[in-house]
Design a protein. Structure first.
Length: 237
C-alpha cells in the first residue's frame, strides 16, 4: 500500500494505490508463520522488510499499468488473470482426489462388506456424480477464459460482465472441488483419515485453497451483482 504520510495514497478514482513490488529475496526476513491445516507444502510464510528502497520501475499496479509487452496475456486485467491461476489449484486437488479414490476402490474391501469398493453401486454412483461435477466446473472455467482471451486477442477491453464470469467460474471451481473431495473422502471410509492416504491431504488442501479471496464463496455475490446490473461492490475484479 503506497502511503502519503500516514494515510494511503489515493488514485484519481478514489481507491487506494496498491502496488506489487519486486526486490531480492535476500532483503526480506522470513517469519515462520505458516502453521496451517491445509496447503502446508506451499510454505507461504509472512516476511518482513525494513528500510528498503524499491524504484518505481520495480513495481506494478494491481489495477493494471500500461503493458510493456504486447499480446493478450498482458492485456488481461490483473485480477482476471490472477484468479485463474488460483482456481487451477482446487481443480487439480479434486482431480487428484478422484484418481486416489479410483485406485483405492480397486483394492479395498470394506470390513462390513464382501466386495471391492468399485463393485458397490453406491460408490459407482458417487464417482460418476463427482466426475460430472468436476468436469462441469472445469468446462465453465475454460469457457469464461476463452471468451476473455478472445476479447484480449482482438484488443477489445473486457466488459465488466466478462470479468465477472471469470470470477464466477473460479468461485464455482472452488465450490465444486470441495464437493468432489468430500465425495471421495466419504467413499474412502476410515482409510481416508490416515496420513498415508492421499485423500486426507486432498480434503485439507481443497478446503484451504477455497478460502483464497480470488475463489472464496463471497465471489458469488460479486458475480450476481454484476449479472443484475449492480456495481460489483469490490475493486478486486
Amino acid at each position: 500500500m503506497v502511503l502519503d504520510g500516514d494515510a494511503p495514497r489515493r488514485k484519481p478514482d478514489g481507491t487506494p494505490d496498491a502496488r506489487i513490488v519486486f526486490f531480492p529475496s535476500a532483503a526480506a526476513e522470513v517469519l515462520d508463520t505458516w502453521d496451517v491445516g491445509g496447503l502446508r507444502g506451499t510454505g507461504s510464510h509472512d516476511y518482513r522488510v525494513a528500510d528498503l528502497f524499491v524504484p518505481e520501475t520495480h513495481t506494478v499496479s494491481r489495477a493494471g499499468d500500461t503493458p510493456l509487452l504486447s499480446g493478450p496475456l498482458y492485456a488481461l486485467p490483473f485480477h482476471t488473470a490472477f484468479g485463474v491461476t488460483i482456481a487451477a489449484v482446487p481443480l487439480g486437488i479434486a482431480r487428484a482426489a478422484l484418481d486416489s479414490l479410483r485406485e483405492l476402490s480397486a483394492s479395498k474391501t470394506p470390513r462390513i462388506g464382501s466386495v471391492l469398493l468399485r463393485d458397490r453401486p453406491v460408490i459407482q454412483a458417487a464417482v460418476g456424480r463427482a466426475e460430472a461435477v468436476l468436469r462441469a466446473a472445469r468446462a465453465f472455467l475454460l469457457e469464461a477464459c476463452h471468451e476473455a482471451w478472445s476479447a484480449a486477442s482482438a484488443d477489445v477491453p473486457l466488459s465488466l460482465e466478462q470479468r465477472a464470469l471469470v470470477r464466477l467460474a473460479c468461485a464455482h471451481v472452488a465450490e465444486a472441488a470441495k464437493q468432489v473431495v468430500q465425495i471421495a473422502y466419504d467413499a474412502g471410509g476410515a482409510t481416508s483419515v490416515y496420513e498415508t492416504c492421499p485423500l486426507q491431504r486432498c480434503f485439507r488442501d481443497a478446503y484451504a485453497a477455497a478460502q483464497h479471496v480470488q475463489v472464496q464463496s463471497g465471489n458469488f455475490e460479486t458475480g450476481g451483482r454484476v449479472m443484475l446490473g449492480i456495481e460489483p461492490g469490490t475493486p478486486i475484479l
